[in-house]
Write a protein of this length. Sequence first.
Length: 132
Amino acid sequence: TGGGRGCWINQSDDVTISDNVFRNNVQKGIPQAGIGRRSPFSGAFEQYPEIYFANAGKSYSNIIMRRNLIESTPGNTQPAVLFEKNGTGIIFEDNILQGTSRDVAIEGNAEVQCRNNEGVGGYNKQSIVEPL
C-alpha cells in the first residue's frame, strides 16, 4: 500500500526548504485499488499536489523553497506545488520540476515570488507578486 498524500507543510512560518529531492510523494493519489485513497463522499479516487503549503485558512509567512528537485508521481494531474491563500513573504526559486505534474498553483491572496525555476509547466499568475 503506497506512500502519502504529498508533502503537507502546515502552520509554517520562517521555514527554509532547500537542496532536497521530492519524488513520487502522492502514492495515495494513484487511481488503483489497494494504493489510491477513495473519497468517503463520492467514492472517486482522491488526488493531491506533490507539495502544498496550508494553514487552515490562517496566515503563514517567510517561506523559502530553493534548489529542490520535485519529480511528480506518474499520472498525477494536480499541481506539483500549491501555495494556499494567506501566505506572505514566499520565495520559490531555482527549483527543478520534472514529470507529468509541473504546475505551480498560487491561491487567492498568497504572495509568492517565483524565479529561475526549470521545467515549470505553468503558474497561476493571478496572485504572483513579481513578473516571471
